[in-house]
Write a protein that binds this ligand. Structure first.
Ligand code: SAH
Length: 251
């Protein structure tokens, strides 16, 4: 059996209880060494075989899983954040289906949640935005044209941009083609929840400069939108006059 496990954004105590238990029991662990905190591997048994997938191809990852399965061993495939975002898990699951190897998925805390925590921010503020766009700039992995950052920026929604801290110039220009203005608040969050975490806030026009000044060019998220500013309306849910299924509103 193979367990895909979300490691969380960095701090080792942000893995789920289920994820931690699976790591403790694993015979084999394949972890995404570029971003998973190695401190998590201390949960593994002394005789657990640990592989760093940063140095492996998909074929090599699958070979390790297949070999383990053949001798009845349990494998944990440890992905950074939550496996469902930029995790390249689908291709592994499809290959396991073809090989007849069963698997499960344990979610994790994605870095976009870690970044919001670092900023003490809420993406969905009444009167500001009720949507979060998670996207990236095209790199070696192409992005469909209809999903270009400029096209998505037209919504002016809360936006989190992954995998793009190395191209802040292009990103800033793309964001400004949409509904955001040069004054729209933005933030760079580097290594959210790690000890070396950096949080930099700036207006969108300063994004490139902020990245340069704080030496942030990778392992960071770019956040943009008015959710980072001070203005919003209070919630209906907790309004005294609002009736919900749990509480009668008072006029
Ligand atoms: N599955 C992961 C994302 C993997 S893609 C998740 O759910 O978070 C890798 C990208 O995620 C990085 O380039 C960076 O943009 C972002 N990232 C991952 N961990 C991060 C962290 N702790 N702080 C900021 N960005 C992070």
């Amino acid at each position: 059996m193979v367990h895909f496990v979300g490691a969380g954004p960095g701090a080792p105590d942000l893995i789920t209880l289920r994820g931690a238990e699976l790591l403790r029991q694993a015979d084999v662990v394949i972890y995404a060494g570029s971003l998973v905190n190695p401190a998590l591997l201390e949960l593994c048994r002394a005789d657990c075989a640990v592989h760093n997938s940063a140095k492996m191809t998909l074929e090599q990852v699958l070979a390790v899983m297949e070999q383990a399965e053949r001798v009845g061993k349990t494998t944990v495939r440890l992905h950074t954040g939550d496996p469902c975002l930029y995790g390249a898990v689908r291709e592994q699951m499809d290959a396991l289906d073809r090989l007849g190897i069963p698997y499960s998925v344990t979610p994790g805390v994605s870095s976009f949640c870690g970044a919001a925590a670092a900023l003490e921010a809420e993406y969905t503020l009444p009167g500001v935005s009720q949507s979060v766009i998670i996207t990236r700039m095209a790199g070696r992995t192409p992005v469909p044209e209809r999903e270009s950052v400029a096209a998505l920026a037209a919504h002016g929604a809360s936006m989190v941009v992954f995998l793009s801290a190395g191209m802040l110039e292009e990103l800033q220009a793309e964001l400004l083609k949409g509904a955001y203005t040069s004054d729209t608040p933005a933030a760079l969050v580097y290594k959210a929840t790690w000890p070396e975490e950096k949080v930099v806030r700036c207006p969108l026009r300063e994004l490139v400069r902020a990245g340069r000044e704080h030496h942030i060019a990778k392992t960071a998220l770019v956040l943009v939108g008015d959710f980072l500013s001070a203005e919003y309306q209070r919630s209906k849910l907790y309004d005294p006059a609002f009736t919900t299924g749990y509480r009668e509103g008072q006029p």
